[in-house]
Write a protein that binds this ligand. Structure first.
Ligand code: ZN
Length: 150
């Protein structure tokens, strides 16, 4: 498969057309919004935290297939995880799609399909938007998204 074909793999399209954990989350503890200016993707993350864990997670928003599929797959991998694990996953995924990291740990296995985006800098922002929004939701707001990925 060529790089672009790899980008829009079946799984990405499937998550794009049927996003998991999409919708409202009444009683959410954290609500964070992320916007990717270069593509127009917007993601709103809603988190319910309990005892240092992500008890529940949903997202809303709109955007390209890459950003929506990334958000959908991300939420699938985060439910029940500790906040610390979630932060580590976010870093791992960002390092992976930007080429700083060769492989993903088995836990994040299916997310390896985003490898192809590394060849398309514009698409890297789409794939990392949900994860960046997650980092903001879980940490102090000190880093700007634009600064981080350019
Ligand atoms: Zn996008």
């Amino acid at each position: 498969m060529d790089a672009l074909g790899e980008l829009y793999s079946e799984l990405i399209l499937e998550h794009y057309t049927h996003p998991r954990n999409y919708g409202d989350l009444p009683g959410a503890d954290r609500v964070e919004e992320g916007y990717n200016q270069s593509c127009g993707d917007r993601v709103v993350l809603l988190l319910k935290l309990r005892d240092g864990r992500i008890e529940d997670i949903r997202f809303r928003g709109y955007g390209c297939a890459i950003s929506i599929a990334s958000a959908s797959l991300m939420t699938e991998h985060l439910k029940g995880r500790t906040i610390q694990e979630a932060r580590a996953f976010a870093q791992e995924f960002k390092d992976f799609v930007t080429g700083k990291r060769e492989k993903l740990s088995p836990t994040l296995g299916p997310l390896a399909l985003f490898r192809g985006v590394g060849r398309f800098p514009m698409r890297v922002k789409c794939a990392t938007l949900p994860w960046h929004t997650l980092s903001l939701a879980l940490e102090e707001k000190d880093a700007s998204y634009e600064e981080e990925v350019t």
